[in-house]
Design a protein around this ligand. Structure first.
Ligand SMILES: Nc1ncnc2c1ncn2[C@@H]1O[C@H](COP(=O)(O)OP(=O)(O)OP(=O)(O)O)[C@@H](O)[C@H]1O
Ligand SMILES: [Mg+2]
Length: 470
């Protein structure tokens, strides 16, 4: 017998979801809600069903209630951020998607899925408040505050021609106010070079504000960047955004390719007009901020894959700096090794002199997929627990010591260790690639599926098969 989905199954399923689900009749009376939706209202399910939406949410109006709007227009609203006071007076922020229920082209109701982002919002507001504390009140030029950029070009170890050229180009860019794009794999030193540019520039006494665009939900990023005014539809308070906090300094937008396209369009406007408008505000505020953007894919590729707007790319790409993988500049390897041994000798009060010949061979033969960060972490970890003054094979982490097998020029994931075969290598590569896209899209399955050109369900099945937990 083939199983089929009954209404009873449906109701069980809807109760299992963490998202709140509500359904209203054409007059706006609630006819269905799951436990999660009732929780948002801090009411019991029985107390919600049968009541009017404006009675349950006294702070909403016919205009600001997405359910009532959809009943009126018959048009869906997606990913809309809403802040409201629930029945008990708590301030709740949700992201809603609301769709009309149609029967013979007539709107016979509306349904809404709500995700509670109250905590995320509170956290990100705390983040801006903290930055404000660090930099002082924005827009008071007399109040000079040093930012949090600690690195300079001297911290960038390496004498290979690639690195020397890169440092030279970056130092030149530091003298100007041009926008810069920095790109390269994870752990190659993107943040380091960005900080070095700020610290060498004329803005070095002014704030350095960094924001990872993938770390904050898309709906909140706009208010974090541009700030908010009280009473706007988001229900936010008066709060400056990072642009205002970075006034006269540098704003570092990391993983800019994770920024939603509409926000990229707004960012472009800000760069062109040199002024911002806080969310919900009518007045504009002039700002003087240098933008440096970073990402871990080639920006041309990001444009092709529709992760970066072409117009924004050309506006930002006045100077572009590519950080090479460590495997591309192994001539710097010994120097980097010494750099980190010296660093951790100072920090851990040790006198390690170097590495044994065999340990050096193992380190050199490693593919370094995590680049300089991986090397730094390994040296720190090893020096933390070792005795003596020479790093020997026994001191190294186990995973490095497995016979190096075949070092593929295609990159770390494709190295063939004993016990590997083409299938295991291909699986590893697929996993790496899928994970990388997943990370770059801000862990968004729908976007990941789009980039990889496969249906979302197929992707989810593949993720499960590859043992990737979403
Ligand atoms: N040339 C270098 N010399 C010395 N240390 C370096 C160099 N490049 C990077 N590092 C160190 O490696 C670590 C990783 O660098 P960083 O955080 O700048 O990488 P990233 O490219 O921003 O990585 P991700 O994409 O993962 O954010 C840092 O501790 C940094 O100080
Ligand atoms: Mg970084």
């Amino acid at each position: 017998m083939t199983p089929y989905l009954t209404q009873q199954h449906m109701e069980v399923l809807l109760e299992l979801l963490h998202e709140g689900i509500q359904m209203v009749d054409p007059q706006g009376f609630i006819v269905f809600c799951n436990e999660a939706a009732a929780d948002l209202d801090s009411l019991k399910k029985e107390e919600v069903i049968g009541r009017h939406i404006l009675e349950i949410y006294p702070s909403l109006t016919e205009k600001s209630s997405t359910l009532l709007q959809v009943l009126k227009t018959g048009e869906p609203i997606t990913d809309h951020q809403q802040t409201f006071l629930n029945y008990k007076g708590s301030k709740i922020t949700t992201v809603n998607t609301t769709i009309p229920i149609l029967e013979k082209q007539q709107v016979v109701g509306a349904m809404e899925i709500s995700r509670d982002i109250t905590h995320v919002r509170e956290l990100s507001e705390q983040l801006v408040d903290l930055q404000k504390k660090i930099y002082g009140t924005p827009r008071k030029p007399t109040q000079q505050s040093k930012g949090t950029a600690k690195y300079t070009f001297e911290d960038m170890a390496g004498t290979s021609p690639t690195l020397a050229k890169l440092k030279q180009k970056a130092a030149k860019a530091a003298m100007t106010d041009s926008s810069v794009i920095v790109y390269g794999s994870t752990g190659t030193g993107k943040e380091l070079i960005v900080q070095a540019i700020h610290n060498t520039s004329q803005r070095k006494e002014k704030p350095f504000v960094a924001q990872n665009c993938a770390a904050i939900p898309a709906t909140l990023l706009e208010s974090i960047l541009f700030g908010t005014v009280k009473g706007s539809f988001t229900g936010a308070d008066h709060r400056p955004g990072l642009f205002e906090l970075a006034h006269q300094g540098t704003l570092f937008l990391d993983e800019i390719n994770s920024m939603p396209m509409e926000l990229q369009a707004k960012l472009l406007r800000v760069l062109e007009e040199k002024s911002i408008r806080r969310v919900g505000d009518i007045r504009t505020r002039e700002i003087d901020v240098r933008i440096i953007a970073a990402m871990n894919v080639d920006p041309f590729r990001a444009v092709q894959d529709k992760m970066l707007r072409e117009d924004l790319f050309y506006r930002l790409n006045v100077v572009s700096l590519r950080l090479p993988d460590l495997s591309e500049r192994m001539e710097d390897f010994s120097l980097l090794l010494k750099h980190f041994i010296d660093k951790f000798n100072r920090r851990l009060h040790k006198n390690v002199e170097g590495v044994s010949q065999e340990a050096f061979r193992i380190l050199r033969n490693h593919g370094w997929p995590g680049n300089i960060r991986e090397l730094e972490n390994i040296i720190e970890g090893t020096m933390n627990v070792m005795d003596g003054t020479m790093i020997g094979v026994d001191d190294l982490p186990y995973y490095l010591k497995k016979s190096p097998g075949f070092r593929s020029p295609l990159g770390a994931g494709t190295h063939i260790s004993p016990g590997d075969n083409l299938k295991t290598v291909m699986n590893r590569l697929e996993k790496q690639l899928v994970l990388e896209v997943y990370r770059q899209t801000g862990e968004n399955t729908t976007q990941t599926a789009r980039v990889l050109g496969m249906p979302r369900q197929t992707l989810q099945y593949r993720l499960e098969k590859l043992g990737i937990k979403v």
